[in-house]
Design a protein around this ligand. Structure first.
Ligand code: PGA
Length: 251
């Protein structure tokens, strides 16, 4: 029996049309198994309301956002308000994904502000951390993770620790087809758990980076891996279903 519930979180990034979304849910509802894991999806922000509606009808999947602003409202053209997300009944928000860190130059200080603002609305946070290939090769993985956690989670209110989820996503494994081995991921997860600013035994730590139906089982066998943040393989209902099915068996 596992201590923590397994979460399979689909990060759809900037993908899916309305037609593809409806096909996805038609396929998902054919799933005959009872889900024993948490199945979450973060679509593009523009699609959140429609996914909330479909998810409400099908009753299996919870919906979140891929990013949010560090402010609630005001003159921030193009940003996603955490207040508006909470108002829509969104369950979680991903913060600090490596694409936000590298393409949009979001640093730990900004991510910390986003985390604290989203928490003020009781949104669950999936805070992403992970090292680049050069950092791993230079033996700096733990230094990078420790800094991302210390700075990103500064002033984290301990009474909200149940709202925190960490995603360990080595940058070199995202969208590349190269997964970290289950052992590499387990080492990083155990280290992350030891760095958290509160009693971390309850904290869900997800692995992300080229997770697919054929590598999920070995990852989920590790005691500190509590699920996956999945990009590419979450876009196809058949793969997403299979990931959820593996997670349900591992529970
Ligand atoms: P991937 O993406 O599964 O396509 O590697 C993971 C992520 O970016 O969260």
């Amino acid at each position: 029996m596992r201590k923590r519930e397994i979460h399979i979180v689909g990060n759809w990034k900037m993908n899916q049309t309305l037609h593809e979304i409806s096909q996805f849910f038609v396929e998902m509802t054919k799933m005959k198994m009872e889900l024993k894991c948490k199945a979450w999806i973060a679509p593009q922000a523009i699609h959140i309301p429609i996914l909330k509606e479909i998810a409400f009808t099908t009753g299996t999947i919870q919906i979140g956002a891929q990013n949010c602003c560090e402010h609630d409202s005001g003159a921030f053209t193009g940003e996603i308000s955490p207040l508006a997300l909470a108002d829509l009944g969104v369950e979680f928000v991903i913060i600090g994904h490596s694409e936000r860190r590298t393409i949009y130059k979001e640093d730990n200080e900004l991510l910390n502000k986003k985390i604290l603002k989203a928490l003020s609305h009781d949104l669950k946070i999936i805070y992403c951390v992970g090292e680049a290939l050069e950092e791993r090769e230079a033996n700096l993985t733990n230094n990078v993770l420790e800094k991302q956690l210390r700075e990103g989670l500064a002033n984290f209110p301990v009474e909200k620790s149940h709202l925190l989820i960490i995603a360990y996503e080595p940058v070199w494994a995202i969208g590349t087809g190269k997964t970290a081995s289950a052992e590499q991921a387990e080492d990083a997860h155990a280290f992350i758990r030891s760095c958290l600013p509160h009693d971390s035994e309850e904290t869900i730590i997800l692995y992300g980076g080229s997770v697919k139906p054929d590598n999920i089982d070995s990852l989920l066998r590790k005691p500190n891996i509590d699920g996956a943040l999945v990009g590419g393989a979450s876009l196809k209902a058949s793969d997403f279903r299979q990931l959820c099915s593996s997670a349900s068996i591992a529970m």
